[in-house]
Design a protein around this ligand. Sequence first.
Ligand code: ZN
Ligand code: ZN
Length: 346
Amino acid sequence: MWKRASGFRMPAGAEILGTQGDVTRMQVTIPPDEQGFHGRQCPACEAVFRVDSDDYAALPDDCELWCVYCGHHADHGDFVTQQQQERLVRAARELGLQMVRNGLEDAFRRTARRRPAPRGRTFGIDISYRSAPYRPQPLPDINEERLIRVRTCGGCALRYAVFGEHRFCPVCGQLPAEVVALDALGADTARLDCLAQLPADTAAPLREQGVFTRMWVDTLENLVTVVETLAAAVFQDAVADSAAKLKGKGNIFQRLDDTAELFAAAGYPDLRSTLDPAIWQRLVEIWAARHVFTHTDGLVDAKYLAKVPASQVRIGQRLTITETICRQAIADTEALCRAITSLTTP
Ligand SMILES: [Zn+2]
Ligand SMILES: [Zn+2]
């Protein structure tokens, strides 16, 4: 049985719950931020994310958490942030100091009772100890990085916030491939927005050095990778003998027509018939452009012209990419990602 412990003066935010034998239980509250979130820090990669305090309190006591970034999976108690740790240590120090004080006061009282000092006859040193009420030091506040955006897990409805590319829900673990794909497209849009908002005197030298062009080409690269990752995950998830069906097919999910045919052969609708033909044609052109940037530094070859017969560019000329092309490509890729996901979901 826990007994109420008295005699400790604790700072606001730390409360003694009781004692049992020589164990004292203390609770230290972690104040939430203005949005009602508190930090969690991964013990493996040390990166911080935030979770809604109410949602978190509703989780079972023995709940295990996932690091949103690296997927480290452990007891939720291991995810204490640096600042929360400092608060806990301060509270423990306040309790420890008072235990020592109380012990000293006890010892002095007992000594005084058992051996009244004989006056004038012993050689010794007098020690006097005056007891004064203990004044606890306040606990340090929590002042961690503020959240930018609240995300809600589609699986468990937990509200959380991240500070970088992430792949896991703190409670469910691995995020669905479609969520990851749409997040990546959102990041590419944000990057274009960011370039567009640069002050003219910052933008001009970057543009001159080809930084803008490089980012636009990178966007096309990213789109192909996003679709490749999503299509592979959807296919492997839905098709029982996917490994056998993919054997010897190389990077099949980097190729649009082959991907469409693979799903169709496995009994799913043909991707090409589920998308607007104009979107499909633009996607084919973007995929072809990405191919020449990856393999021939953007120089057009016969293979490109076979995919994009209406192109005005001749063999040996270099393709040019613009922000408008990128934004259209992101929108078309989003339509493609949704189409891929719905192929296998009835
Ligand atoms: Zn981690
Ligand atoms: Zn979840």
